[in-house]
Design a protein around this ligand. Structure first.
Ligand code: TPP
Ligand code: MG
Length: 1024
């Protein structure tokens, strides 16, 4: 041995701290010096650990002698994965964490063996070992250990069995913890504190650690928390605390049904990293308090000043106002330029006043209802009215807000809002669908009860209908009129229908505005990131009855006892802020006082004699060039198109890319188009319809056509989208008319009528300069979206001054296909027709559809157009037109008799419409009948009586007979009779021929149909 004394002392100190830190020969020396003594101290410890169970004293002494001690500080590494090492360690004090690829696989405490299998074969260590806290270990050097194992095989077996058992156990327990973590993500919402009127549900078994075999003693054991953002390892106690705060406080979230891992992890990470909490600044808290105050004071003021008036109070759900306020701010920060909001009655006046900036005096004036004369037969109740305004956000940007006009029928406004947003996005050329946003507010009973909700959700990600994600807010006051949730739905949540989408559903306790603000932020971020819908289900309550004249205690006596005792949401939040000392009571009272004062002034203003009532604004922005009103006030327009342009537009539709192989039958149709272009073949319906589209596109008018199987056309006439038979590629000729042409969109809709018609109607509201068409597969499917027809399309102008140029193509004609598929129910539309609110046509020639569709957009008149569109006429030999009919003609509301007979020789006039004309004309020709004129009513409504009269230049007393295919209780007969009477123009006896009155439109027997049809023809010509 050499070296100075101090060197040896230092070496010895090192040896005592960590025997491995000194060369082996020195270690052996130090060990021989005091090993026995130290070893004697260790014997009781060795005896106490499982490894040496039952070992004879001599063996323990030997182990004590060959071992040394190591002291590690917190975080110090004992060994790392990949290092070779054969030393074995036993924990004396503290603990050692074993990690593999960052994942904690074990935490070893006193008496446990560290070192694994590498002990036996000098293989690289398979994991890292790191001290947790100050940790003391016993070290047995590799060579000593091997010698020991050789002499004592029992000891070797013991080490192996301990190590493998531990591996198994820690793995199994970690699996259980992982299950527990997953259970919280899946079911944490079940025990969340969501309901301001009740307590959270009892612990669900799968959320109870005991279910997995954990006892309170296990709470401090460390487990891997690698799937939770942040620390890799946490005690079971900390894991549970984090999960409960994240998933079981005031926010309960359903997101684990999302199959896309990236999307699911995105949400999970955001929620767990923040424990679903949002730290708000004092300014933000004050803003929430102010908005709650606005909401509450507004309701209380109306309650006091307009006693008993219906307002559908928001009380109990005031958080809706700060929620919307924040959503709008967040949207603006994300570049949204326009928001369309759809909502029902509940809290609507409050939203109008406090979000939409509608002046309170205007609302008060409407409560006073002082101008009955202005609204005779028109207008709408105040809580259905819409409004719009440009809001400047906190960050200084401008965002346009619209609250859509809304009928009583719950949920039907949803698709209308979506169509409006889509139109706005298309206007902005916003392909990413980032600039327009729909926010739809639903009631809990309506959301789960109305099928249109499902239709809307189903459309949300379809290319023809997507708006980049809607924010749905369910104002969940846990009651519908008088109906309890248990009577209202079969699902646990009001929102469960939304789980059909791969989107999160956030349930949140509306009595806690701060968690609500966290949810709003998450929802807006989610929508922006994934362009999908998102649902916020805000639990709240309804302080009064369904409306203010309603007694809720008749049906919910106990619930209303509980509600009566609740302090307001504002007061509860204020208490919270006072405790945090962010605000003082004077400040809060100041806000209340200023709001009250402002409302008082508004009321005085509303009641002043000089008050000027504002009309519902219309004709602004994109609507400036267009209007509604009376037909007679808007001149007709020239709808012709030069002949050579028409030819070129037909040829353009027949031109395909060289590489494109069409179906042989389609190829023949394209050849037909070429022949039509050259004037060699007459134009059929398909050619004229496509020319209407093409010529409008060329003029810069956008065309959107949506409906079931509209691309090909139900009756295979349209073929607007071609399919390459070799590779399935698509080609839409009308999208290739040249750079200056507007966009053509033809969309195969889902098998949905309500939401699709609602959507296209909505689209027409924000795209008045486009031709927007909804096509029904068969006309009678228009009875499915009857609410959209009654509540929006036919009455929107009367109620709200909102115009629409929407076209509905409804295949109609009696062709022996049965009770359904025959009638588009013209009588229904005729019964809705008044004040020139719609146009109803039943056309007989290709030229007519050409001029009619062009007229629809070229006239500045925006009126819904209902077309009884053809089936057999699509291919009728005589339902043809020439290019000249398109280049020279015009739309004809009435088509006079086309035979060149002297009017004075006419003995009988048949007045008819649609395809029956051809049957009557054929019978007349076949029978070589003289003296019969056939006049066609092409436009039922508005009926041009002057033109009709002109088409009847016959001798007074000539009988005029209306002939229709429909049963007498259907079709146009009662409409015409009511309008024209039994003596037409005081000159002609007027009667009707039809099928007999019938409960269903048509027979199911094709043969019976033919018989009936023949009877109509016979009757038409009888007596001649
Ligand atoms: C389609 C439709 N059916 C029925 C009604 C009548 N109605 C109006 S409000 C209401 C209850 C709505 O409950 P909910 O959706 O929970 O909204 P809340 O009034 O509770 O906010 C009912 C049945 C309606 N307006 N629309
Ligand atoms: Mg409700």
């Amino acid at each position: 041995m050499e070296g100075s004394l101090s060197f040896v002392e230092e070496l010895y100190e090192n040896y005592q701290r960590d025997s491995r830190s000194v060369p082996d020969d020195w270690a052996a020396y130090f060990s021989s010096l005091n090993g026995v003594a130290a070893g004697v101290d260790r014997i009781p410890f060795l005896e106490s650990i499982g490894l040496f169970d039952g070992a004879p004293r001599a063996e323990l002494e030997h182990v004590a002698k060959i071992s040394s001690e190591i002291l590690l500080e917190d975080g110090e590494v004992l060994f790392e994965r990949g290092q070779t090492g054969r030393d074995l360690f036993v924990v004396l004090e503290g603990s050692i964490l074993i990690r593999r690829t960052g994942r904690l696989i074990a935490a070893l405490g006193r008496g446990e063996v560290v070192g694994e299998m590498a002990v036996f074969d000098s293989q690289p260590r398979s994991a890292d070992a790191v001290a947790r806290g100050k940790t003391r270990l016993l070290c047995i050097k590799g060579q000593d250990l091997l010698a020991l194992f050789e002499s004592r095989p029992r000891l070797a077996r013991g080490v192996i069995s301990i190590l493998s058992k531990r591996l198994r156990e820690t793995g199994a327990r970690q699996d259980l913890v992982d299950q527990l973590i997953r259970a919280y993500r899946v079911r944490g919402h079940l025990i969340a504190d969501l309901n301001p009127l009740g307590k959270p549900s009892a612990l669900h078994p799968e959320l109870d650690p005991a279910y997995y075999g954990f006892s309170p003693g296990d709470l401090d054991i460390l487990f891997s928390s690698a799937t939770i953002p942040g620390a890799n390892a946490m005690t079971l106690r900390d894991i549970l605390a984090l999960l409960r705060t994240t998933y079981c406080r005031y926010i309960g979230v359903q997101f684990m049904h999302i199959d896309d891992l990236q999307v699911k992890d995105w949400i999970q990470e955001r929620m767990e990293a923040t424990q679903n909490r949002r730290a708000l600044s004092r300014d933000e808290q004050l803003r929430i308090l102010t908005k709650l105050t606005d909401a509450e004071i507004f309701e209380q003021f109306i309650h006091a000043k307009f006693v008993g008036a219906k307002r559908f109070s928001l009380e109990g759900a005031e958080t809706l106002i700060p929620l919307l306020d924040l959503a709008i701010e967040e949207a603006a920060n994300k570049g949204v330029k326009e928001i369309v909001i759809g909502m029902a009655h509940r809290g609507r006046l409050n939203v109008l006043a406090n979000i939409m900036n509608k002046s309170a005096h205007q609302i008060f004036r409407e409560f006073d209802d002082r101008n009955p004369a202005r609204f005779r037969g028109g207008g709408d109740v105040k809580y259905h009215l819409g409004h719009s305004y440009d809001r400047t956000t906190i960050s200084g940007s401008t965002i346009h807000l619209s609250l859509a006009f809304n009928p009583s029928h719950l949920e039907f406004v949803g698709p209308v809002v979506l169509g409006r947003v889509r139109a706005k996005q298309d206007r902005f050329l916003d392909q990413d669908r980032k600039k327009g946003l729909a926010i739809i507010i639903h009631g809990d009973a309506a959301f789960s009860g109305q099928g249109v909700v499902q239709e809307m959700l189903n459309m949300s990600e379809l290319a023809g209908y997507s708006t980049g994600g809607t924010v749905h807010i369910v104002l969940n006051n846990q009651i519908g009129f008088t109906t309890d949730p248990g009577e209202a739905r079969s699902t646990p949540y009001a929102t469960d229908v939304a789980r059909m989408l791969q989107i999160p559903v956030f349930h949140v306790n509306g009595e806690h505005p701060e968690p609500v603000s966290q949810v709003v932020r998450l929802a807006m971020d989610f929508r922006e990131a994934f362009k999908k819908d998102v649902v916020i289900d805000m639990y709240c309550y309804r302080r009064h009855g369904h409306n203010e004249g309603d007694e809720p205690a008749f049906t919910q006596p106990q619930l209303y006892e509980t509600i009566k005792k609740k302090k307001g949401v504002r007061e509860a939040y204020l208490d919270n802020l006072l405790t945090l000392q962010g605000v003082n009571r004077e400040e809060a009272e100041g806000i209340v006082a200023s709001r009250k004062k402002a409302l008082e002034l508004d009321l005085v203003h509303a009641r002043s004699p000089e008050y000027v009532t504002q009309d519902l604004a219309s004709g602004l922005g994109v609507w400036r060039p267009f209007g509604g009103g009376r037909d007679r006030d808007v001149p007709e327009v020239d709808t012709t198109c030069p002949k050579d342009q028409l030819s070129e537009l037909l040829l353009a539709q027949a031109r395909l890319p060289d590489t494109f192989t069409p179906h042989p039958k389609v190829k023949r149709l394209l050849e037909l188009k070429e022949a039509q272009a050259r004037g060699e073949k007459p134009l059929d319906w398909a050619a004229a319809e496509s020319l209407a589209f093409a010529s409008l596109l060329k003029q810069g008018t956008r065309v959107r056509l949506s409906g079931q199987d509209s691309e090909r056309g139900t009756f295979s006439h349209r073929h607007a989208v071609l399919h390459d038979v070799k590779n399935g590629n698509l080609y839409t000729p009308l999208m290739h008319l040249g750079v200056e042409a507007a966009r053509f969109e033809v969309i195969n809709s889902p098998l949905t009528e309500i939401a699709v018609l609602g959507f296209d109607y909505g689209y027409s509201l924000d795209y008045p300069d486009a031709l927007v068409i909804w096509e029904a597969q068969f006309g009678d499917f228009a009875n499915v979206p009857q609410v959209i027809i009654d509540q929006f399309i036919t009455s929107g102008e009367d109620k709200w001054n909102r115009y629409s140029g929407l076209v509905m193509l409804l295949p109609h004609a009696f062709e022996g296909q049965g009770p359904e598929h025959s009638s588009a129910r013209p009588e229904r539309f005729l019964s809705l027709a008044a004040e020139d609110n719609i146009q109803i046509v039943n056309l007989t020639t290709p030229a007519q559809i050409f001029h009619c569709l062009r007229r629809q957009v070229m006239r500045p008149w925006r009126k819904p157009l209902v077309v009884m569109s053809p089936k057999s006429l699509l291919r009728h030999r005589e339902a043809i037109s020439t290019l000249e009919d398109l280049s020279k003609g015009s739309f004809q509301r009435i088509i006079p008799d086309r035979t060149a007979q002297d009017p004075s020789t006419v003995k009988r006039v048949l007045l008819t419409s649609g395809k029956l004309y051809y049957e009557l004309a054929a019978a007349r020709a076949e029978r070589k009948l003289e003296g019969v004129a056939i006049v066609r009513v092409e436009q039922y409504y508005p009926l041009d009586v002057g033109k009709l009269e002109k088409a009847l230049p016959f001798a007074p007393g000539t009988p005029v007979v209306w002939v229709q295919e429909e049963p007498i209780n259907m079709g146009a007969w009662s409409f015409l009779y009511l309008k024209l009477g039994a003596r037409l123009f005081d000159r002609y006896p007027f009667s009707g021929i039809s099928r007999a009155a019938s409960a269903s439109p048509a027979t199911g027997s094709h043969a019976a149909h033919k018989m009936e049809q023949q009877e109509i023809i016979e009757a038409a010509f009888s007596g001649l």
